[in-house]
Design a protein around this ligand. Structure first.
Ligand SMILES: [Zn+2]
Length: 265
């Protein structure tokens, strides 16, 4: 008896050729979480999979799981959206690649999380629609860290417990995942980055806004800089490794921003 087929919404996070005709693909699925599978004959039978098993594509996937574990068998894929702009424009591609890297390193095989699927889909859709890409990365990461169990505390100083709302400035201790108030900043924390109160407020909003209103949050260049610096260091600290794609995100940014006027946070 052959194993039963399963169906799920899925987003392609990685794909590579295997042998002459097969393709190995890693997805993040609505029903299954992260899943790796093999599409037998994908490079021969163009009709079944043509233009579908491509990076960042959103699909309806039909697959079966082998009894012994290992790679799923991909039976069919129906394209919802190819998010074509992400593969055509290098800046969008780089931003989507940072998001992809975090999902690959921050999730476990076959652990379902609807919220991760939804924020991933939201972020790729927003990039494809050409929303400001660095803001999309920031918003994605704020939600993603929350969903995988590492929500940054942006209300209180993690050292003394005081609210930071009334203070002039604060910093974020990326080793502790929380803020350090002005009064505690003299305690010699070595792992802090500065955050203005405007940026803290924006980031707290990013944690709490309903998904359909997330795109309304606007970050100035300064707020982007502070947020990206904090999120990059926090991510490296959490996963104890470099985020390889981060450099491409930042490298391009330096060139773009020559001459861009900063606005108030
Ligand atoms: Zn404090």
């Amino acid at each position: 008896m052959s194993p039963p087929d399963w169906e799920t919404g899925a987003i392609v996070l990685d794909c590579r050729d295997h042998g002459e005709s097969d393709r190995i693909v890693t997805f993040f699925c609505l029903e299954t979480g992260r899943l790796s599978g093999i599409a037998k004959g994908a490079n021969k039978s163009k009709r079944r999979f043509v233009n579908k098993l491509e990076l960042f594509s959103s699909l309806q996937l039909t697959y079966s799981l082998p009894r012994q574990g290992g790679l799923a068998f991909i039976a069919a894929a129906e394209l919802h959206s190819s998010f074509l702009n992400l593969r055509k424009e290098v800046d969008l591609y780089n931003a989507a690649t940072v998001i992809r890297e975090f999902v690959l390193i921050g999730t476990s095989e076959k652990e379902r999380d609807d919220r991760v699927f939804e924020i991933l889909h939201w972020a790729l859709h927003a990039l494809d629609k050409k929303h400001p890409r660095l803001t999309v990365v920031i918003l994605f990461l704020m939600r993603f860290f929350d969903y995988i169990g590492y929500r940054p505390d942006l209300l209180h100083c993690h050292h003394c417990g005081q609210s930071v709302v009334t203070q002039r400035r604060a910093s974020f201790n990326y080793a502790a995942g929380g803020l350090v108030c002005e009064a505690c900043s003299g305690h010699g924390f070595q792992t802090t980055v500065p955050l203005s109160l405007g940026t803290i407020k924006l980031l707290a909003n990013a944690q709490n806004q309903p998904l359909e209103r997330l795109h309304r949050l606007q970050f100035s260049t300064r707020a982007q800089d502070e947020s990206l610096n904090m999120l990059h260091r926090y991510g490296r600290q959490l996963f104890q490794r470099d985020i390889h794609s981060w450099e491409s995100l930042q490298g391009r940014r330096k060139k773009e921003e020559v001459g861009i006027q900063d606005s108030a946070v």
